[in-house]
Every structure is written in C-alpha cells, then in structure tokens.
Ligand binder design. Sequence first.
Ligand code: PEP
Ligand code: MN
Length: 471
Amino acid sequence: MTASPVRIHARAPGAAGSEPAGSAVAPMLTLEQLHAMPAAQQPDYSDQDELASVVGQLRTLPPLVFAGECDTLLDRLADVANGKAFVLQGGDCAETLAGVRADAIRNTLRTLLSMSIVLTYAGGVPVVKMGRIAGQYAKPRSNGVEVRDGIELPAYRGDAVNGFDFSPAARRHDPDRLLRVYNASAATLNLVRAFTYGGEADLRQVHAWNRGFVRDNPAGERYEQLAADIEKAITFMRACGVSDDAFHTVSLYSSHEALLLDYEHAMTRIDSRTGLPYDTSGHFLWVGERTRQIDAAHMRLASIIHNPVGVKLGPTTTVDEALGYARLLNPDNVPGRLTFITRMGAGKIREKLPPLLAGVTNAGVVAAWICDPMHGNTFETETGYKTRRFEDVIDEVRGFFDVHRELGTWPGGLHVELSGEEVTECVGGGYQLAEGDLSQRYETLCDPRLNRGQSLELAFLVAEMLARVAA
Ligand code: PEP
Ligand code: MN
C-alpha cells in the first residue's frame, strides 16, 4: 500500500507488480448463477438480447477503479473499525446523467471537503472521505409503479434503469442506460481525480468556504470559535513552513449501492496481482435495506468481491441477521472489510441500536459502524414533497453518539444525502427552511438532500459531538 497522499488513484498500474484489475469475470460466480438466486428490485428488461449485448460491452470496458485503491480504502476503514478514524460518506440520493456537470460535481466535492476539515479538526482523527458519487444511479423503490391522473407506469428506478419523465417511453427499462451510466461515472471520476489533485482541495481554500458559512448563516455565530481555531491552526502550519502534499490534495473514494446485478457483475474483474475478484464500478459498495436478504443475490455478489463493503441496517434488523452478514461477508473478521450503516430513524435509534450493537460487538464481530440519519426520517408534506427535518437528522446522529458512548464503542462515521447547491429539499436548519419553501428549488429525483448550508451546519454540530468523544 502506498503511503503517499494518494489522490483517488492509489497505485499506478504496473508499479511494483501491480496491474489494474483485468478483464476476466469472476470465475466462481457466473451471471446465470446470480440470476438463479432470489433478487429484489431488479429491472424488467423486455429484450434479453439487447441486455446481453450491453453486458458484453461492459465486460470489455476498462475498470473504473483499481483493486489497489480498494485495498487502500479497506486499510483506512480498518482504522475506523479500530476507533482511529471517522468516515464521511455523502452525495446525491440519485445521481443523474444530466447532473454530470463540472459546477455541480465541484460543489459536492467542496461541501464534502469543507465538512471533513471541520470534523478532522474537532475529532483529531483522520476523516475517510467517500462520495455517493460516480455510480449512484440505481434506486430501489417501495412501489414498483406510479399512478398519475389514473395512468399507471413503471416507477422511476434511477437513470441507470429508466427516465424520470412520466411517459411510457421514458419509463421503459432500457439496458443501454447501463452504458451511459458507465460513461457518466467515468467522466465524474475523471473530474473528481482532477479536482482532488489539481488545487481544488487546498486546505486554505476549502476552509474559506467554512468561513463564508459562519459569516452568512443565521446559526453561524455558534460555530465562530471553531472556525477561528481552524483558521489559526492553518496559519500556524503555514508560518512554520509546513508544506505537505496532504494540505493540497485529498483521497476521495467513490461509492454506491450495488443494486443492479447485471452491471455490478459485468464490472467485477479478476485483479491480476492477486487473482481475486473486485467490483471495479466503485471503491466501496453497499447492500441496501431492501436487498439485504442473506440468501439472495446481492449478498452473494458482495461476498465474493474483495472491495470493502457495507450493509444498511434498518430498525427491524436482528442480531442474528447482522451476525449472518458478518459471517458471510467477512468470515475472517478482517477490520475494514465490513461497514454497518445504521438507518433507524430519530425516534427509534435509542431503542433499536443498543441491543443490535451490543449483540454484534459481544459476539466479537469487527466492523465500522456508521450512521445514516436520512433514510429513517423521510416524510411527505401535505403538498406532496418528500422531505426530512434537519432537526430529526441531528437528533438521530445525537442518538447514535449517545448509544456508542454508553456501550464504549466507536461512532465511526456519517452517511448523508447532500447537495453542494442551495436546493430546498429538507426543512429546518439555520435558515429555518419551511415546508412552503420546498417548491423554490426542489431538484432531487428521489430522496431529499441537505443543501450546502445545512450540510456545513451538520458538520459543525457533529464536530461538537466528535470533540467530546475525542476528549
Ligand atoms: C439510499 O441510500 O438511497 C437508500 C435507498 O437507502 P436504504 O437502503 O437505507 O433505504
Ligand atoms: Mn436515498
């Protein structure tokens, strides 16, 4: 593993006996075997020949990430599992093909990076940065159809499957979209690598965003001290002549839900260094709340790839289920391989998390535990907007920290849906966004995201919690 500041690419292809993961598909699990297993939330393609042609093309395309990068991330996540680092994972609920724009991607990155500076300073531990980015194009839906004015059409399942427009043509499940998503992910990753390596990630510049937030946000006063302290630390380091690549570049990893079996299997390649399969569609893949059945295809695929993987755990999760995931996904109990992403809801976390966390921890399972305070807190307004209250999000994170403190375990991180733009999708926060404001700039095609101001405010609040843990 390289120890240098790694940008997004950890290991140069060909260096030190390392080559990018190759083109052969995982030999121990064929696509046919996967499809023979139960699998929820899969597209219903009408033309199987078209699908086969797309999958064949995907298999020949270059990997989007290298196996060595996934190994580096696994090491960073091992630090999280061992209580020595914190994860910040965030981005869109659903990326869109139309959203692959330089300004939008830059704003998402800036938001993630400014949040991570605040968390790093307050927590005094490294922050592992992962985007829900460059691959987050497929969505599980609780209802397979949508009805408008008496007309029923297939539900929108993310740009990887169909279009958002409410027409039969747009809502058709179209295999060709998998190739478009591959290309969009490649373009996004290319820009992410350029930004994180090319000056955008400069510590001073990113912190300027935090200062702007503290100055402009009505709730900013509370965070003035912390922002000023960070400013002083940066100035001090500069005055001392500390000049390290780490101040100018960052590692930002890509992640998404591994939902579409055809796509994820086609992107799974044998790493020529080790002969092991990696899913090269992203660095970190997770199995969602709706597809985490232990004997189903998503878990099976996750069990054979060597990327670090996650499982979302909702409020109904039992200790036995979680132990089953650990046995299947991480039989050797390797720190960093397995992340549990809990999404209980603000009203349930203090009741549901303690027995689960205690049961799994006492059984000796090593995992990173991170908090998704979004998906258990969604509701619909009377005017039909899906939204979340900023105060519920904060409350769930507080509950998460409280439970970990009581059990003596490490609150390993945060998984959030956010936008780097001033969208109006979640209510509350410093600007006291009201339900009536949602229509101003409601742009998500799926779940509501925190906007830039709400995201930074969340970071400052979580920083206070993290500082108490670190103290
Ligand atoms: C998501 O992360 O967008 C999602 C659908 O989450 P979950 O599987 O937790 O419902
Ligand atoms: Mn979502």
